[in-house]
Design a protein around this ligand. Structure first.
Ligand SMILES: [Mg+2]
Length: 398
């Protein structure tokens, strides 16, 4: 079997990759909904892929992997990897998890970071109300995560939150950083306490915090919330869209507290997790399969983290329903350091009408049952999806 074409269409907000083969099997992958601009970056790999055997996934990846980078530029490489696994599974007649070593669990736990209603007020009682809404969703989530501090409007909405000016840039990442004021710190802690008061001890609670914290604040905060038994504090120092890791600085924070520290969603490739893991700079790593280089890449990192006593909670907010399928396939195979992955959703909701193969309901008691169809086990239905194609992508399913 040989690759005969690579196509990419922006459906809704997500670039969708289709790898076409000469024996009629196609493989699909989905780029995060926040990155519709990546289509040309995907298409530059067309010539490199044509003629290759898609079932030799690693050999194909060796041709293109060096052209990726930290978020957002690892996405194209990552979703091509997933499309190759989809083909390999379909060709072998087995679900992708079998090709990754087989499943170690029949259900995978998911956590809610994406099913949120944008908040309009930001008092502690508003955070408590949002926590209550999240825990009462029909999915029955056993873990919820909320954005606070620099990873939220707090930095703008609370007057004099920190010793700095929130950036007007539309991009978040390394720009908004600084030392919190005493009142900013106290307010953040009040909001956390209000949420914890609602969630109690039956729902796991994690916080997405930055990036942007300074080390003394990070240590002070992590120690102050120890009494709440949080699952993790995510991305305090570096994180989303920061093109570096800063393992040494993370290590200092991790060593100063019993609250687990988490990072990794922006990081591309296993090599860039090496220092974090070997230095035990964090307690939890959270690569995103759609940014890190794919699902086999993520599994390798999970195994290496497990050898070092580090937990795994993959990121996935914007990965769409094909990204969800890939997360289910790989998470079924991860070692016991796996906690849960962040549930992506279909946005707009019509995505659920054009993707076949997902269980209904998708999530029960905070878990997704692993399905057994070949490949990733989900398909975009061309008849129902065609109406959402842009004119320039009208031949995507042909
Ligand atoms: Mg995050």
């Amino acid at each position: 079997m040989r690759i005969s074409d690579l196509k990419c269409a922006v459906i809704g907000k997500n670039p969708i990759v289709r790898i076409v083969t000469d024996d009629g099997i196609s493989g699909y992958g989905e780029v995060e909904q926040y990155k519709p601009y990546l289509k040309p970056f995907v298409m530059q790999f067309r010539e490199a892929l044509i003629g290759e055997d898609p079932t030799d996934v690693e050999r194909v990846m060796l041709k293109i992997r060096q052209r990726g980078a930290f978020k957002p530029y690892g996405s194209a490489i990552s979703v091509i990897e997933m499309a190759l696994w989809d083909i390999a599974g379909k060709a072998a007649g087995v679900p992708v998890y079998k090709l990754l070593g087989g499943k170690v669990r029949d259900k995978v736990r998911v956590y809610n970071g994406a099913l949120r209603v944008p908040m309009t007020r930001f008092r502690p009682e508003d955070y408590a109300a949002e926590a209550k809404r999240m825990m009462e969703l029909p999915e029955g989530f056993t873990i919820v995560k909320q954005g606070i501090s620099f990873h939220s409007p707090m930095k703008r909405e609370f007057k004099d939150y920190y010793y700095g000016e929130p950036s007007p840039s539309p991009f978040h990442g390394a720009l908004d950083r600084g030392l919190l004021t005493e009142r900013g710190m106290a307010y953040t802690l009040d909001c956390v306490a209000a949420m914890k008061g609602v969630l109690g001890d039956r729902i796991g609670f994690a916080l997405d915090c930055g990036p942007g914290w300074m080390v003394p604040d990070a240590i002070r905060f992590a120690r102050a919330v120890e009494k709440h038994n949080l699952l993790w504090l995510e991305d305090m120092i570096t994180g989303d869209y920061v093109p570096f890791v800063n393992a040494d600085v993370y290590r200092e924070v991790t060593q100063a507290t019993s609250t687990p520290i988490h990072t990794g969603e922006q990081i591309y490739l296993r090599q860039n997790f090496k220092e974090l893991i070997e230095k035990k700079a964090v307690r939890v790593v959270g690569p995103d399969p759609c940014d890190v280089g794919g699902i086999a890449e993520l599994k390798w990192i999970a195994e290496y983290a497990d050898l070092h006593g580090i937990l795994m909670a993959p990121h996935g907010t914007g990965n769409g329903l094909l990204g969800l399928a890939a997360l289910v396939q790989v998470s079924a195979t991860l070692p016991h350091n796996f906690i849960a992955f962040e549930l992506p959703t279909g946005d707009p909701a019509w995505w659920f009408d054009i993707v076949d193969g997902l269980p209904a309901p998708l999530v029960r008691d905070g878990m997704i049952e692993v399905w057994d169809r070949p490949g990733m086990g989900v398909e975009i239905n061309p008849e129902r999806a065609r109406r959402y194609l842009l004119p320039e992508d009208s031949a995507f399913f042909d």
